[in-house]
Design a protein around this ligand. Structure first.
Ligand code: FES
Ligand SMILES: [Fe+2]
Length: 458
């Protein structure tokens, strides 16, 4: 009925190839095949072709302030330990003993110079080197080579403004090149003070029965849902203004590699005090803006970036909101990872951060405002997560699959801003779903693996 052929039994590879064809043809026509949002074969392809090749966020440096600190994280399905060694370096180690594969670290976070496997006792330094094992000479005669039998290390680990990203592939662009124009956005969002940001509390995490892409795609450019899904935030006085009809109060910033941001025209929408997200003037004065260009400065005054996604699964939000109804709004900063667990199931991780130079009281208020919005029980968070669960259920619908019923991706398009002087493309509205399209086109490119094994070029 929509020009699609129903899916019949096919080999996995040809199903994936066919799905990529259908997504590209659908995006051209303003549709999306629903099975992209939950399918075992899609999930396997994503784990193999996206998460072992992309730069994936694992931790913020301020979670690991001391030598020996570590946190347990995941890159796709791979469990990793992020460690800080005495030389100050950050290491991302696969959390599997080289003897039989048992995890060597069972803690979420801690401080240790070594990890000792609980199964037979093989022991590793916190940089991954193999150190020794019980009954070494009796069991092995010679010590296994400490470099060869160390924990597997992510070959590349890089930070930007304290955000540690790891890549499980040796090939492909460095983090700066991968971020491309989105790095310019990071400068404007996270680079406003030499003391940097700090994580305000350990990350929260909870399981959602929704596909990881529902969150990533939503944060890539869906301003349209805010007026409906989050209207309760307007009614309750939590939001700083009326959230309805905000697609035309929002700009889109579309970059290469599937990264994109929304900015909201807060001064026009909420009032002139909402330049720079509404940070109070005495704090704004302490920002060091000397490294920003004129386009970035103009953006922060008129349309500060509020929401965004770095492909594949890292997202950002900074919004002014009250810590309780009626109070003056504080800008809160939240970053999140849409952690795939299994087809149609993700674990949502989120961190709240604030500029380290800001007074304790402001950090506390911004933390509370962020918790009300995007904490595990936050009103915005709960609005979204229940809606995304429905998408995964639709993707499993036998009827939707039998008839290849598509989703609608066909909002009215507008041309990019011809006068834009910054990187990427700028749109003066978020209607058009072009940023979601950017996310999906990148997804198809990775799933097709056009770059060849292990490499990951923009
Ligand atoms: S599995 Fe780790 S020591 Fe045997
Ligand atoms: Fe939302």
């Amino acid at each position: 009925m929509y020009g699609y052929k129903p899916i019949t039994l096919q080999s996995e590879a040809s199903y994936i190839e066919n799905l990529c064809d259908r997504i590209e043809a659908s995006l051209d026509a303003g549709y999306m095949p629903v099975d992209a949002f939950q399918d075992d074969r899609v999930f396997r392809a994503e784990m193999e072709r996206i998460f072992t090749r992309s730069w994936v966020f694992v931790a913020h440096e301020t979670e690991l302030p001391r030598s020996g600190d570590f946190v347990s994280r995941r890159i796709g399905l791979d469990q990793v330990i992020v460690t800080r060694t005495s030389d100050g370096a950050f290491n991302v180690l696969l959390n599997h003993c080289r003897h039989r594969g048992t995890p060597v670290c069972m803690e979420d976070a801690g401080n240790s110079t070594h990890f000792r496997c609980p199964y037979h006792g093989w022991t590793y330094k916190n940089n991954g080197d193999f150190v020794g094992a019980p009954e070494l000479s009796m069991a092995y005669g010679e010590r296994p080579d400490r470099k060869i039998w160390g924990l597997i290390r992510a070959p590349r680990v890089e930070s930007v403004y304290g955000f540690i990203f790891a890549c499980l592939s040796e090939d492909g662009p460095d983090l700066k090149a991968y971020l491309g124009g989105a790095g310019w956005m990071f400068d404007a969002i996270f680079g406003l003070h030499p003391d940097g940001l700090r994580v305000l509390a350990p990350p929260e995490r909870f399981i959602i029965r929704a596909d990881w892409k529902s969150g990533a795609e939503n944060f890539s450019g869906d301003s349209y849902h805010v007026g409906t899904a989050h209207y309760s935030a307007t009614l309750s006085g939590f939001a700083a203004g009326d959230l309805r009809n905000n697609g035309d109060k929002a700009d889109g910033f579309l970059f290469e590699n599937g990264h994109s941001f929304i900015g909201h025209r807060f001064p026009e929408w909420f009032g002139p005090e909402f330049e720079f997200w509404g940070y109070p003037p005495e704090l704004r004065e302490q920002f060091d803006l000397s490294r920003l260009d004129d386009v970035q400065l103009h953006m922060l005054k008129t349309v500060p970036p509020t929401i965004g996604t770095i492909f594949p699964n890292f997202s950002f939000v900074r919004f002014p909101s009250a810590a309780s109804p009626g109070e003056a709004p504080s800008a809160y900063t939240d970053v999140r990872v849409w952690q795939p667990l299994e087809p149609g199931v993700m674990e949502m991780w989120h961190w709240q951060l604030e500029y380290a130079f800001m007074p304790e009281e402001y950090q506390r208020t911004s933390y509370i405002a962020g918790q009300f919005g995007f904490g595990a029980g936050g009103m915005i968070e709960e609005d979204d997560t229940v809606l995304w669960e429905g998408i995964a259920r639709f993707a499993r619908s036998p009827l939707a699959r039998r008839d290849a019923i598509p989703l609608h991706y066909k909002q009215k398009r507008s041309d990019p801003d011809p006068d834009w002087k910054g990187p990427g493309q700028h749109f003066t509205t978020t209607y058009g779903e072009y940023m979601q399209e950017g996310f999906w086109r990148r997804w198809v490119k990775d799933i097709r693996g056009a770059d060849g094994g292990g490499s990951h070029n923009g």
